[in-house]
Design a protein around this ligand. Structure first.
Ligand code: IDP
Ligand code: MG
Length: 139
């Protein structure tokens, strides 16, 4: 159903700093079509559920607090090879290791507060998109 689609979040650090517009502009310029988009704030519970796969990691509590502390922009993006191409566009998890020209290199603060999320597989893209959007919100 979401073939050639990925899911992204512009995280609270980037929204707080006023980077949402610049990030969306780069996403568009890189050939992604916006299928769905909205601004929301996740509750602590939402963030725990969204990141449940990381619940045993030492940074889990910090991640949940961070991701629920302010508004985020959530979106579904469409492009050929969307998942892999978007992971390339965002860059490494740690901005110090992110390549020049990537979104995390340009906009992230730290390994935790790293500006942008991108799904890591087609299966997770579908799960994460369905977490935030109903089929009536996909265009
Ligand atoms: P990814 O976002 O590049 O896929 P994941 O390993 O899936 O990275 O981790 C999910 C999120 O958890 C990261 O984007 C980041 O916000 C946070 N995170 C990952 N590793 C660390 C860490 O070592 N310290 C603090 N936060 C981390
Ligand atoms: Mg990940």
């Amino acid at each position: 159903m979401l073939y050639n689609r990925t899911f992204t979040m512009i995280k609270p650090d980037a929204v707080e700093k006023g980077y949402a517009g610049a990030i969306l502009s780069k996403i568009n310029a890189s050939g992604f079509r916006i299928v769905s988009m909205k601004m929301i704030q996740m509750s602590q519970r939402d963030a725990e559920l969204f990141y449940a796969v990381h619940k045993e990691r030492p940074f889990f509590n910090d991640l949940v607090s961070f991701m629920s502390r302010g508004p985020i922009v959530v979106a579904i993006l469409e492009k050929e090879n969307a998942v892999d191409d978007f992971r390339t566009l965002i860059g490494a998890t740690n901005p110090e290791e992110a390549a020049e020209g990537t979104l995390r290199k340009q906009f992230a603060t730290s390994v935790g507060e790293n500006a942008v999320h991108g799904s890591d597989s087609n299966e997770n893209a579908q799960i994460e998109a369905a977490f935030h959007f109903s089929s009536r919100e996909m265009f």
